[in-house]
Design a protein around this ligand. Structure first.
Ligand code: ZN
Length: 308
């Protein structure tokens, strides 16, 4: 089973500064951890993704917002909100982040690489249709879901988000699309404040799973998988996309969940098993949060091992 580790050197050019929790050291920690696992390092395929085009990003975002990000980066950078930085390299980073996901989706459908993990930044799941938010510029996974529908005629795309924060941006990008279902488990109450269980979206295609912090970790695993199974009852996905935020791990500075590496492994394997039954195993996962770089590196290694 070929699994790809997909990234792009431009993702390191999104310069938020070292005092920002979403700094470039997060991404550097992943190959560092991977190199310590010789067996895994040799058996996965290392691929560099492409840049998404403005038109592809426009599948999910307003053209005027896409142009705003491009122009701000070209002018040297600035801020979209108090947390969300655009630097000179951010356009190249953000289009590379989305492009890695789109390439991985192309490979999943042409059969060359059935499963991929995209180590990308900036993250994406808070980015709204017409605004950046919460460290996120473009909704990499939301764009991917809409691209899979448009480019590969995928009838049904499932998105699973286990980042500790609600994927409000992803919900905003996909909630009007009947062929996309979105399952998000997140701490509540917590940033960004949305994602109540009774918010099912305008078409009933959203499964929000708000959870208290500090619970026994298996409770989170069971709750997320129960929602995945509810979302896929009599509805068989053609592709599984995962917003893999590792700020759900115990000790993360920006979250209060309690998951350990074994729970990342369990969640990954449970989704792989389901994807094998649904759609030949097609699954593309992309990094979202995770703000303890060493833990993040270890979690990505665990996640990649479980994707095989
Ligand atoms: Zn997060």
């Amino acid at each position: 089973m070929t699994v790809a580790y997909v990234s792009h050197s431009d993702c390191g050019r999104h310069d938020t500064g070292w005092k920002h929790p979403e700094h470039v050291g997060r991404l550097r920690a992943i190959p560092r951890a991977l190199r310590n696992d010789f067996d895994l390092f040799d058996t996965i395929e290392h691929r560099e993704g492409r840049h998404a085009t403005a038109e592809e990003i426009g599948l999910a975002h307003d053209a005027a917002y896409v142009e705003q990000v491009r122009a701000l980066a070209e002018a040297g950078g600035g801020r979209l909100d108090g947390d969300t930085v655009v630097s000179e390299g951010s356009w190249d980073a953000a289009t590379a982040g989305a492009g890695c996901v789109l390439d991985a989706i192309d490979w999943a459908f042409d059969g060359s690489v059935v499963r991929s993990f995209c180590a990308v930044r900036p993250p994406g799941h808070h980015a709204l249709r017409a605004a950046g938010m919460g460290f996120c510029l473009f909704g990499n996974i939301g764009i991917g879901a809409l691209y899979a529908r448009a480019r590969h005629a995928a009838a049904r795309v499932l998105i699973v988000d286990w980042d500790v924060h609600h994927g409000n941006g992803t919900q905003d990008l996909v909630q009007h699309e009947p062929g996309i279902r979105f399952v998000s488990m997140h701490q509540s109450p917590w940033y960004p404040g949305s994602g109540a269980a009774d918010d099912r979206g305008p078409r009933g295609t959203i499964w929000n799973v708000p959870m208290a912090p500090d619970l026994v970790p298996q409770v989170y695993v069971d709750a997320l998988l129960a929602a995945v199974d509810a979302a896929t009852a009599q509805w068989t996905p053609d592709l599984v996309l995962v917003s893999a935020g590792f700020d759900c791990l115990a000790g993360d500075p920006l979250g209060g969940f309690t998951l350990e590496l074994e729970h990342i492994e369990a969640l990954t394997r449970a989704l792989v098993t389901r994807a094998e039954a649904w759609c030949g195993g097609r699954m593309v996962t992309a990094l979202e949060g995770g703000y303890d770089p060493v833990r993040l590196g270890d979690a990505c290694v665990t996640h990649l091992r479980a994707l095989r």
